[in-house]
Write a protein that binds this ligand. Structure first.
Ligand code: SAM
Ligand code: SF4
Length: 490
């Protein structure tokens, strides 16, 4: 490794030896996100020999993942041959580990009350609009519409407001969702994207049966973080940064990270994400279950021109490919913040989960039905219906998956990761994807959709490696198609 890179003090190694119990949250954040360290590392990587980036790519080809130092050398490289290899390897990892499966989900906004003043968000406390939270009946009305789109996996979203949206309200929403039964089944996994909270509240979320706890750090660059979070509890960088430690302490072992790209230098953000992941791996034996890659969108009350670090498409694609390479087994989530063309492109580079038919507004699904004017959190760039997105995925050779089996079988945290890393996950993911797609086609597709889906399923079944599972899948698919059975998973 290049001397300039090695010369950078690596505080994380030394300080992580201190028992975690002696950290205060403030000092802890200083341990694992060291701004100067990251800046020096990126600067050092620019001066480094190109051979270092090539060596990192050789390692990446073995699908072993890369640490943040190795990724730094690739981030700063402007050599076209490096970029070509980055895209090729990311695509190869995507195909080998995830096959052509894409897991589908939709967000459900339950409350836009918020005490925080995030400069980028329309829910910012200072913005004057008529706020609301859903009653339990309204939650169920929204869920009915989402279920009609075929969704089985939701991400519950809310602003931060202890008065209007306390943890009890969030727990009630989760219960209201899980209690619903439809002709075609039920919502089988509720992921939760709410503000950083206490260990006790995370315990309660865990007990409510949430899937992944999702929280975006927004930016790992503390001065930028301070600049864009004007007031409110979220302004506390360390409190926000250590939320996953508290979630893990409370027993939530599937945590989903993210950065809001557009706030600070994107290369810095990738370093922050990977260091955060390494911190959790070291301390809890498992890193992020998923990484989301939201890019800043225009929203009411903010002017996107005020954000000088917007990320262009080419840089964004490179970043996604590098995250794919760094953490091959972590799900990568793309939302409808990206447009149709970008979503198509990024699927090839490593995205494994996609939202469809999304509304980013409280009560937005019912409003859309009634043709009422929208007041979204931000403007989505892919407003096609869920069905047309899913049909196009199949046309492009993907298998849209509505699988929630890992979570329901207790394959979370390190149990999920070790199965994924052993390569055996393919023996469960593909069959589950095919069986859930078959169910989706029967329940929500028209004749043309079903024809397409069945042809795809028949083509894919022979690709299930394990003979026993292959036979079971074929039998289950037959049963689903005859209307005799549903909700099969391995
Ligand atoms: N209020 C919680 C929080 O801030 O952590 C929950 C999530 S909030 C409803 C969902 C996410 O939307 C935020 O974490 C932020 O990254 C993202 N967001 C806010 N404004 C945005 C914008 N203008 N463009 C794109 N994403 C935005
Ligand atoms: Fe509130 Fe979250 Fe929006 Fe910030 S990003 S204003 S915390 S809803």
């Amino acid at each position: 490794m290049n001397a300039a890179v090695l010369a950078v003090p690596f505080h994380i190694v030394a300080k992580d030896k201190i028992s975690p119990s002696c950290y205060t949250y403030k000092s802890m954040s200083q341990h694992f996100i060291d701004r100067e360290y990251i800046e020096n590392l990126l600067e050092g990587a620019k001066q480094a020999d190109h051979a270092i980036a090539s060596q990192a790519l050789d390692k990446a080809e073995r699908f072993e993942g890369l640490n943040h130092r190795e990724i730094a050398s690739l981030l700063v490289s402007d050599k076209p041959e490096h970029l070509d290899r980055i895209f090729t390897i990311a695509g190869e990892i995507k195909r080998r580990i995830y096959g052509n499966r894409i897991v589908m989900f939709a967000p459900l906004y339950v409350s836009d009350y918020c005490v925080n003043r995030c400069a980028y968000c329309s829910f910012n406390h200072d913005h004057d609009f008529s706020r609301r939270k859903l009653s339990m009946d309204e939650v169920q009305e929204e869920v009915k519409i989402l279920e009609k789109m075929g969704h089985k996996r939701l991400a519950l979203e809310a602003g931060e407001h202890d008065g209007e949206c306390p943890i009890d309200y969030v727990l009630d929403c989760i219960k209201a969702i899980y209690d619903m039964r439809f002709e075609n089944g039920e919502i089988r996994r509720v992921n939760v994207n709410i503000a950083a909270t206490t260990t006790e509240n995370y315990r309660r979320l865990k007990a409510a049966g949430i899937g992944t706890y999702i929280l975006f750090q927004e930016t790992y660059h503390e001065p930028t973080y301070d600049r864009v979070h004007h007031a409110g509890p979220k302004r506390d960088f360390a409190w926000h940064l250590t939320a996953f430690d508290r979630a893990q302490d409370a027993g939530i072992d599937d945590v989903g990270a993210g950065v809001l790209f557009g706030l600070a230098d994107p290369y810095f953000e990738v370093m922050g994400l990977l260091i955060h992941n390494e911190h959790l791996e070291k301390k809890y034996g498992v890193g992020f279950h998923t990484i989301s890659v939201p890019r800043l969108c225009p929203a009411t009350g903010m002017d996107i021109a005020d954000f000088p670090n917007l990320v262009d498409d080419a840089t964004f694609a490179k970043i996604i490919a590098l995250i794919r390479i760094a953490v091959p087994y972590t799900g990568l989530i793309l939302s409808t913040r990206e447009n149709h063309g970008m979503r198509k492109k990024l699927l090839r580079l490593g995205i494994s989960q996609l939202s469809a038919g999304s509304s980013t507004e409280v009560g937005g699904y019912a409003k859309h039905r009634r043709n009422e004017a929208a007041q979204p959190q931000f403007l989505v760039n892919d407003d096609r219906s869920a069905l047309s997105i899913i049909a196009e995925l199949m046309d492009d050779g993907y298998v849209p998956s509505f699988c929630t089996a890992c979570y329901r079988s207790g394959r979370t945290g390190d149990r999920f990761m070790s199965l994924a890393k052993s390569g055996r996950i393919g023996n469960v993911c593909l069959p589950n994807a095919l069986m859930t797609l078959c169910e989706f086609s029967m329940d929500y597709g028209d004749d043309a959709f079903r024809e397409k889906a069945f042809a795809l399923i028949d083509r894919e079944i022979p690709n299930i490696a394990d003979g026993g599972i292959r036979q079971r899948t074929a039998a289950n698919v037959k049963e689903i198609r005859s209307g005799g059975g549903r909700d099969f998973f391995v």
